[in-house]
Write a protein that binds this ligand. Structure first.
Ligand code: GLN
Length: 304
């Protein structure tokens, strides 16, 4: 498959089009990023790499980090975690509080903010320094010490994070949070501020595509059944109330973040990261969605 040629052609055609999305201004620091940045990087399980554009520029991965915290929690507690968070698509925006009331504080899935906060609570209970442990976990998967949080972004979100503060307190009122909301939110905002390039992101997520992936010190990250389930959750819940649309148009498990990044996985083949900061109305990268739709169409391959 001439991946590089296909990536280059799609990229060139998309940059001719209007970049119709809008920046995520609710986190003030995210609005300062170059809104026309656009990068793509793909890593195959056969160790080939392809890409184009701003693929070596760091950006805020935001909610994409929720997949990695879920993997860490799943590795530690196994299926116990599903007692505290569900596995159903919510069909609601990522920061919605609506269902929490009728669901008695059990979030629908781990990728909406409510679910990710419960997963953060589990990690805060387990580790004396969850920020450090989580960062080291990712550095080990990515095989790079050059991965860091951005304290400015975390602080910027903390100052205006009223909705997440409300969600966290609401969950606490139902007894589904063991630690103090302040501690959990501090870890959550820091986790979301993680920065990566498209190249780093696609390499980090290769473990969900490659059954033979092993880290040098700890071996496998998840067993095959667990990796299958994480991919299933990305397929059904990775794009909030646009998850069906992403499945329909792209046909791969994936996850987006409000920093404009998207990661998509083709099990047994590759992982591909796209970054373009302007977002569509559902909070997913406008150009990222466009690119991946054209990519799976032109490569004539998806998991379906
Ligand atoms: N940190 C962001 C928030 O909680 C993450 C949201 C996202 O990337 N969709 O609002």
């Amino acid at each position: 498959m001439p991946y590089q040629q296909i990536i280059t052609n799609i990229y060139k055609s998309i940059i001719q089009e209007d970049n119709a999305g809008e920046a995520a201004t609710y986190i003030p620091q995210l609005a300062t990023v170059n809104q026309d940045a656009f990068g793509v990087h793909m890593s195959t399980i056969g160790h080939q790499e392809f890409g184009i554009g701003d693929r070596y520029t760091k950006f805020s991965i935001q909610s994409i980090s929720k997949v990695l915290s879920l993997c860490l929690a799943y590795k530690i507690w196994g299926s116990e975690i599903w007692k505290r968070v569900g596995v159903e698509p919510s069909g609601s925006p990522f920061n919605s509080l609506v269902q929490l009331e009728s669901d008695k504080g059990i979030p629908r899935n781990p990728f909406i903010n409510a679910g990710a906060l419960v997963i953060c609570d589990l990690l805060v209970s387990e580790f004396s320094n969850p920020k450090e442990y989580y960062l080291n976990f990712i550095r080990e998967i990515t095989n790079s010490n050059n991965i860091n949080y951005n304290p400015g972004i975390a602080e910027s979100e903390k100052e205006v994070g009223y909705r997440n503060i409300a969600i966290c307190n609401f969950i606490k009122s139902f007894g589904n949070l063991k630690n103090s909301p302040d501690e959990v939110l501090d870890f959550y905002f820091t986790m979301c501020s993680l920065e990566m390039t498209c190249q780093e992101l696609s390499k980090t997520f290769l473990f969900l595509a490659d059954d033979n992936f092993r880290t040098s010190t700890n071996g496998r990250i998840l067993n095959m059944s667990q990796a299958k389930r994480i991919n299933a959750l990305m397929q059904t819940c990775g794009f909030y109330d646009e998850s069906g649309e992403f499945s329909f148009k792209v046909g791969l498990p994936g996850k987006s973040g409000v920093g404009g990044g998207i990661i998509a996985i083709f099990p047994d083949k590759y992982s591909i990261a796209v970054w373009s900061p302007k977002l569509n109305k559902k909070g997913n990268s406008y150009r990222g969605m466009r690119f991946l739709e054209m990519f799976t169409t032109q490569t004539e391959s998806s998991i379906f």
